[in-house]
Design a protein around this ligand. Structure first.
Ligand code: SF4
Ligand code: SF4
Length: 440
């Protein structure tokens, strides 16, 4: 694709990067067939290729983003299915990240939307605030049918209340800052990102992860200073808030790396993993030693499935023979290109792994997408649930808390994290929310 940025525009490192990305697109359109929003809406401007053109015009023009560009970029799930399909290696992720940041700086959204995005940005990444917000939402949940109107604000409010769990699980003491010592012979030392929303919604995921890793002989460090990975703010174009969170994590893990050392930084929410693996890129223009530290953190970041394969996961219980539908989170399959490991681990643990049709299509969760674009998200959820049900399995396994929340709940399926099933088969508790043995 030809571009016509001026030398002054190309002095900006983000624009320079986007120029390179744009020039690698040969507008073949292969990506359109696997883009969930194009599949649903059939509008070229809701396809990767259409968005690439819109972003190119916006950046070249150097003018404030228009309502049209914002509408179509907002509808993008950042699922990165287009990156898996693209034969030319177009880095759509970095392009759309730049576009979102540009939109945030140049476009004034209607005030209810500004307030909502701001609220999400200051609530979701902080577990205490998030817990309080979830409690309030749970109280208001029964009234969601009374929220009047067909406006986007009303739809978003109803979607938020519908997604709020009726109760929150108790958070035990495993997720707090501490070092969980290896059982038996010590084989290594890893840090665990305990995350933000996941910590509140499903502490059992971190608990299962810690049990699995310590059983395999790994010390597991949960540092006090780590927090949200920054993805939630980053994907809403809230650059400064995202950078502050990233910086905190990078400094915390660097201290561990320079202290007793780390063999890996383990991440069990694939949305967060994709972001941490990109810290090096995102911090490349920061001052001081942050770029080097960020690159070192990214190089050590691993999804839990990679670590379990590396250190040799071994089940200890006899196989249940339970059918499990494996839901491939977009951030894991498209963002991190991890496709086989979770299924191989589940099979090793004795589960019959069933794969749904259209595994490349997003479930509609996509960070805050199901709150900001409830109609498209709901259509994608229905489509995904239908495909999962057709496998005949009564339980879904996946590697990202956002997907699990999206797929379970009202009208959904029991959905657990892959590590919960693996931990169960290695001596841990039966995951809560699983169908009773007689039902499965
Ligand atoms: S598949 Fe790749 S090269 Fe082809 S239009 Fe899409 S992004 Fe461009
Ligand atoms: S990231 Fe997903 S929704 Fe966005 S353009 Fe690519 S395939 Fe479509």
């Amino acid at each position: 694709m030809q571009t016509s940025f001026t030398p002054a525009q190309l002095a900006d490192p983000d624009t320079r990067e986007s120029n390179t990305i744009l020039r690698s697109c040969v507008h073949c359109g292969f990506c359109t067939a696997t883009c969930p929003t194009f599949v649903l809406l059939g509008d070229e401007l809701d396809s990767p290729r259409g968005r690439i053109y819109l972003i190119k015009d916006m950046l070249e023009g150097g003018k404030p983003a228009t309502e049209q560009v914002v509408r179509h970029v907002d509808r993008c799930l950042s699922c990165l299915s287009c990156m898996t399909t693209c034969p030319s290696g177009v880095n759509y992720m970095h392009l759309v990240d730049h576009a979102r940041n540009y939109i945030e700086r140049t476009y004034i959204r209607p005030w209810p939307e500004r307030m909502l995005r701001r609220a999400l940005g200051v609530l979701l990444p902080y577990p205490r605030r998030f817990r309080m917000a979830m409690r309030a939402a749970a109280l208001a949940r029964p009234l969601r049918g009374l929220v009047p109107g067909r406006s986007m604000t009303a739809k978003r409010l109803r979607a938020m209340l519908a997604l709020a769990p009726t109760s929150l699980p108790k958070s035990g003491n495993m997720q707090g800052p501490q070092v969980h010592r290896a059982k038996g012979q010590r084989r290594g030392r890893v840090a665990l990102l305990t995350g933000c929303a996941q910590k509140v919604l499903a502490p059992s995921i971190n608990e299962a992860t810690i049990r699995l890793l310590t059983r395999m002989g790994l010390d597991v460090v949960v540092t006090a200073e780590q927090g949200c990975c920054g993805a939630l703010n980053h994907h809403m174009g809230q650059h400064d808030a995202a950078m502050a969170l990233m910086r905190g994590n990078i400094e915390a893990w660097t201290r561990e790396m320079e202290g007793e050392g780390l063999d890996a930084i383990v991440i069990n929410a694939s949305g967060c993993g994709t972001t941490v693996k990109d810290y090096g890129f995102m911090c490349r223009t920061e001052s001081g030693d942050l770029p080097a530290k960020a690159a070192a953190v990214s190089a050590l970041a691993k999804d839990i499935s990679e670590v379990l394969v590396q250190f040799g996961y071994a089940p200890t219980r006899p196989p249940t023979g339970l059918d499990v539908a494996y839901h491939a989170a977009c951030s894991l399959q498209h963002g991190q290109k991890i496709t086989a490991a979770p299924k191989q681990l589940l099979a090793k643990a004795g589960f019959h792994v069933r794969e749904p049709a259209e595994p490349h299509i997003c479930c509609g969760s996509a960070g805050t997408y199901n709150l900001l674009q409830p109609e498209i998200a709901s259509q994608l959820r229905t489509r995904k649930l239908e495909n999962l049900r057709r496998t005949g399995a009564r339980v879904v396994a996946g590697g990202n808390i956002g997907c699990l929340t999206q797929l379970s709940g009202e009208g959904g399926l029991p959905a657990v994290h892959t590590v919960e099933l693996l931990d169960w088969m290695a001596g841990g508790p039966r995951p809560a929310g699983m169908p009773a043995p007689s039902e499965s």
